[in-house]
Ligand binder design. Structure first.
Ligand code: IPE
Ligand code: IPE
Ligand code: MG
Length: 247
């Protein structure tokens, strides 16, 4: 049965976020070094991006490197940064061919210079693309982002640009790196881990969480369709009761 045709396109999540996990374990399972898993994760990125764009998803956010990931062995961190540069360079054509805009969230200025430059260039070159926005979370952590927002809001209050009374949910959101994007409605994590690992803590307040045992390098279009179909079977109540949300 073709899963794609079962998806109700009128009820697609506008924003899907993915914690791409399990590269290392997948490599180990195949008797290879961890970096082999990261390299093979690139195909999953391509497939997921393509599938999301083909369906009409507006935003796809991929968690690619957390602030905590700096704590890994230097050889793995370096290999990941190199892979990032080569992948952005190589995939630029795919992004352009598919009319996909690239954006990034996280402390990207503190990435190695080469990565930062490559990233900015790709963001600039794709900025007018309109089909879908692919957001890479790089050197990202939600606590970093929230602290950053709080600090910027405090500075605005101090400089008399903002009243304390006017600090609302919306004002706070405008200071996050996801300002202007809809909140993710569906959050997928691969590899069987069922935790959030400091990802989008503010934005996923009402996201539907979907965990799959598939390791990221094995994730294909099919798996994205499964996640979306699962999402479409859920009743999202937002604090109300079933009878109120059923139409
Ligand atoms: C996810 O895979 C990729 C990154 C965190 C960069 P992992 O590298 O975490 O793989 P596992 O979890 O060790 O299998
Ligand atoms: C989360 O995966 C970060 C990314 C996918 C980039 P990790 O593998 O770093 O998460 P933990 O350490 O298992 O929670
Ligand atoms: Mg992991």
């Amino acid at each position: 049965m073709d899963l794609k045709t079962q998806i109700d396109l009128s009820r697609l999540p506008r924003h899907i976020a993915v914690i791409m996990d399990g590269n290392g374990r997948w490599a180990k399972k195949h008797g290879k070094m961890r970096i082999f898993g990261h390299q093979n994760g690139v195909k999953a990125v391509r497939e997921t991006t393509e599938a999301a764009a083909e369906l009409g998803v507006e935003y796809l956010t991929l968690y690619a490197f957390s602030t905590e990931n700096w704590g890994r062995p230097a050889s793995e961190v370096n290999a990941l940064m190199t892979l990032l540069v080569t992948t952005i360079r190589k995939e630029l054509k795919t992004l352009t061919d598919n009319n996909i805009r690239l954006q990034a969230i996280g402390d990207i200025q503190n990435l190695p210079e080469k990565c930062y430059k490559e990233l900015l260039e790709a963001i600039e070159l794709t900025k007018n693309h309109t089909r879908m926005t692919l957001v890479l979370a790089l050197n990202y952590s939600a606590r970093w982002e929230i602290t950053q927002a709080a600090s910027n809001i405090a500075a605005a209050v101090k400089n008399d640009q903002l009243d304390i009374q006017s600090i609302t949910d919306q004002v706070f959101e405008n200071h996050l790196s996801t300002a202007g994007m809809p909140d993710p409605e569906l959050l997928i994590r691969t590899s069987g881990e069922t935790r959030i690992s400091n990802f989008l803590l503010w934005q996923i307040a009402y996201a539907e969480l979907y965990f799959t045992p598939i390791f990221w390098p094995e994730f294909r279009k099919q798996h994205l369709y499964e996640a979306i179909l699962n999402f479409q079977q859920r009743e999202r109540r937002f604090g109300k009761i079933s009878e109120q949300v059923q139409k």
